[in-house]
Design a protein. Structure first.
Length: 134
């Protein structure tokens, strides 16, 4: 693991939302090894619960999930931040589906980052750093 990532962002808290347990565990391990403080949620409602309890510097969400899909999660997080008078949280969509309709919906919602699974770890970490810098 590149220690540059670990040193630079040691205290950044990242909320990762994915309904797949293996993906959640993998993201949790990857983010910890990179020096971030990850909090993983199995779905939108759980993520919103975490959001009311603590501050997050970045949101990573899957798109296709039961209940709330990733775009609904993003909108709910934005609504919460606005109502709670908190700064907006940068968002990254992480999905295994390269679906034009989903991508267009994400772009219309104003999502800047769309990462396809599987991804290269270094590229993934660069996207995180870029979004945490804003």
């Amino acid at each position: 693991m590149n220690t540059e990532h670990a040193i630079h962002h040691r205290k950044k808290r990242i909320l990762a939302v994915d309904d797949d347990g293996l993906v959640r565990k993998s993201l949790e391990i990857l983010l910890k090894e990179a020096g971030y403080e990850p909090v993983v949620a199995a779905g939108g409602q759980e993520a919103l619960g975490f959001l009311t309890q603590r501050h997050f510097d970045l949101l990573i969400t899957d798109i296709r999930m039961p209940g709330m899909d990733g775009l609904q999660v993003i909108q709910a997080v934005r609504d919460y931040c606005l109502e709670a008078k908190k700064h907006p949280i940068p968002e990254i969509v992480l999905t295994a589906y390269n679906d034009d309709h989903v991508r267009e919906s994400a772009v219309r919602l104003g999502v800047r980052e769309f990462i396809l699974k599987p991804f290269k770890v270094d590229e993934f970490l660069k996207v995180l750093e870029r979004n945490l810098a804003h």
